[in-house]
Design a protein around this ligand. Structure first.
Ligand SMILES: Cc1cc2nc3c(=O)[nH]c(=O)nc-3n(C[C@H](O)[C@H](O)[C@H](O)COP(=O)(O)O)c2cc1C
Length: 179
């Protein structure tokens, strides 16, 4: 649906991370569709300290303002110890209303496609009233990366586009609840 704003959220913040490569690829695939406004949202830019450890009003306001401007999300999910990164969990915890009644898709990566992290994320999204779509692109550290360089197999395009179809449909539908 034209006019929807979809944030592609980079879910890892460590130095040397590969999430920017994955996010950029998703954005290029999405932009070719020409059906929404897609933007990369990098958690690292918001410099969120661990929730509650110090006054972070300014960072929290900036993060919530960005989320509030978005109608839907694509999470770029790295698998750390069979779950999402601490940075992504912290960023999820920093907002509530600005997540609610929106849709999300997942692009994950790991030794088994980041599947375990993706499933953990789905549980968290339920609590935040984010409708996570079924189609999910799961990238392999073994076959879609070459020494840290992201080289996705073409077969993933089908799932990324299918996931985006669902995210746009549900983002448009859920927007009517927020007006
Ligand atoms: C702390 C840590 C834990 C990890 N645990 C897992 C894991 O449980 N399963 C897995 O498939 N990969 C695991 N990995 C490998 C990461 O998926 C891989 O390093 C990936 O590139 C991380 O994403 P990033 O580069 O965007 O940070 C782990 C990496 C780190 C740093």
């Amino acid at each position: 649906m034209a006019g929807l704003n979809i944030g592609i959220i980079l879910g890892s913040t460590r130095q040397g991370r590969v999430s920017p490569q994955v996010g950029q690829w998703v954005k290029e695939v999405a932009d070719r569709r020409g059906d929404a406004n897609y933007e990369i949202v990098d958690i690292a830019d918001y410099k969120l300290p661990l929730l509650g450890e110090e006054d972070a009003t300014e960072q929290a306001t900036a993060w919530n303002t960005k989320l509030a401007s978005l109608d839907g999300f694509v999470f770029i999910v790295a698998e750390y110890n069979h779950s999402i990164t601490g940075a992504l969990k912290n960023a999820l915890d920093y907002a509530r209303d600005s997540w609610n009644n929106k849709a999300a898709g997942i692009v994950s990566y790991g030794s088994v496609g980041g599947a375990r992290a993706a499933e953990h994320l789905r549980g968290i999204l339920g609590e935040l009233s984010v409708a996570d779509v079924r189609i999910h692109a799961a990238l392999s550290l073994f076959t879609d990366f070459d020494n840290g360089e992201f080289k996705p197999a073409d077969l993933h395009l089908t799932n990324v586009n299918g996931m985006l179809d669902q995210v746009l449909a549900w983002s448009g539908a859920l927007k009517t609840l927020r007006i």
